[in-house]
Design a binder for this molecule. Sequence first.
Ligand code: ATP
Ligand code: MG
Length: 240
Amino acid sequence: MVTIKDLRKRFGDLEVLKGVNMEVKKGEVVVILGPSGSGKSTILRCINRLEEPTSGQIIIDDIEVTNPRTDINKVRQRVGMVFQQFNLFPHMTALQNITLAPMKVQKKSKQEAEKIGLELLKKVGLLDKANSYPMQLSGGQQQRVAIARALAMRPDVMLFDEVTSALDPELVKEVLDVMKNLAMDGMTMIVVTHEMNFAKEVGDRIILIDGGVIVEENTPDQFFTNPQHERTKRFLNMIK
Ligand code: ATP
Ligand code: MG
């Protein structure tokens, strides 16, 4: 589904990604862990070309994301992304936030877009908040709307970048539960998170990145109980 080959990215003199190789199969949940500044967000941002890779190849299904001739808007329709900051449009209701792109980009009718939007709001447990504005919603609710908004484009793969990091602790679970359900529905997901329980429980594979390279790639079971690399052991000790 997603293939990343020798991905490199530099910002000026700083080489942030130094040859990352990764393969994510359809329906798989891959969790990326790593210390601050290790390049986790940069990988996700390269996947939908919010950052331009310096070199390397990214392929999603049959689309070569890194080919300069590829229409980037096509890529972004296939890849949903949710960030730490929810970035909802403040002057639009939850439902309007969700229906905007299907109407504008996919040229769906308002009626059709709203049908999908209401379905998705139901899925994230917020059907009763369809007409609420972001400022009337809690952080956890806003983040669930943001997930629904990304899903409205019917993406093939979803990227999550520390989507619970800005939330009050009591709001984290409701967002992780939505992600867990999505995983159980078979969505292909790449998840950057600090939530180790989520990584253990929902991840099919864990990748530890440090200094712009993949240090270890393993099943959650092996990763947390029998790490192969000294660096992984140090990382796990640090977060305990
Ligand atoms: P965190 O856990 O803190 O979110 P991260 O693993 O997501 O960290 P990245 O955001 O990918 O790390 O950043 C990796 C490195 O690249 C950092 O040193 C960062 O300062 C640098 N960097 C990221 N974006 C840019 C940019 N637009 N210009 C210059 N340097 C950047
Ligand atoms: Mg980051």
